[in-house]
Design a protein around this ligand. Structure first.
Ligand code: KIV
Length: 272
């Protein structure tokens, strides 16, 4: 899986729109450090998201709220060093864009300048339109995020499926159209009915990437730790686990402990 830098044509915001037009589904996965990002990029994932889910899976917080802008920049700059092909998108964390558009722009600029990322993602629709416009006006590509927006978890009160009721579904559709109109290059739809997600994807020219939003959208995103079975306690219906790394890594580490205790490691060939 080694990569020669030159063989790769970089994924850009433009190539994602082309993929939608050609009917090629977009793959997106999170990564939070250099080694993870190298593996994900070499596996030809189109978009790497440095998600604020780092707050959960890397730092052990219950929600995405505590992670800071400095911590996101640290994760993003580590990821960037491992990537040759994918488009790298970074979440602007809670508290770094909600108070006013100038703050939003300052946060986006810090992410782009200090990490070398290619785009930012923000949660919300019409409520944050001025922030989105200001960031876009500065030439920074923006990915939207609607549906279940984990930074608002205390407003929702639960992580259940969003937009099942007519009124919320209508607002979501309006927000999606607005995000496209302002110039967002793509939108993530999280945990909403598949029928609604398909309708939104069909009404837009920009790609819609789903997580728990069915198969009628233009691409899928998952969290690295969930796909590989490192997280055990998170079992939503939408999640397909491709490995059980929690168990496999645990077995390997137990074997190492046993080998040390048995004085089997290191053996004659494993020393100088
Ligand atoms: O932070 C994250 O990982 C995300 C994805 C779940 C879309 O926003």
């Amino acid at each position: 899986m080694s990569i020669a830098k030159k063989e790769y044509k970089r994924v850009t915001v433009k190539s994602l729109v082309d993929m939608k037009q050609l009917g090629e589904k977009i793959s997106m996965l999170t990564a939070y450090d250099y080694s993870m990002a190298k593996i994900v990029d070499a596996a030809n994932v189109d978009v790497i998201l440095v998600g604020d889910s780092a707050s959960n899976v890397m730092a052990g917080h219950e929600t995405t709220l505590p992670i800071t802008l400095d911590q996101m920049i640290y994760h993003a700059s580590s990821v960037i060093r491992g990537v040759y092909r994918a488009l790298v998108v970074v979440d602007i964390p809670f508290g770094s864009y909600q108070s006013d558009p100038k703050e939003a722009l300052r946060s986006a600029i810090r992410i782009m300048k200090e990490s070398g990322a290619h785009a930012v993602k923000l949660e919300g629709g019409v409520e944050i339109k001025e922030s989105i416009k200001r960031i876009l006006n500065a030439g920074i590509p923006v990915m939207g995020h609607l549906g279940l927006t984990p930074q608002s978890i205390y407003k929702f009160g639960t992580y259940t499926v969003r937009a099942k009721e007519e009124e919320e579904a209508r607002k979501l559709k309006q927000d999606a159209l607005l995000l496209e109109k302002y110039g967002c290059f793509a939108i993530v739809l999280e945990k909403i009915p598949a029928k609604l997600a398909k309708e939104v994807a069909e009404s837009l020219t920009i790609p819609v990437i789903g997580i728990g939003a069915g198969n009628g959208v233009d691409g899928q995103v998952l969290v690295f730790h969930d796909l590989l079975g490192i997280t055990q306690e998170f079992n939503p219906r939408f999640l397909r686990r491709y490995m059980n790394l929690y168990e496999d890594m645990g077995k390997a580490i137990s074997q190492y402990v046993q080998d040390v205790k048995d004085k089997d490691f290191p053996n004659d060939e494993e020393q100088y």
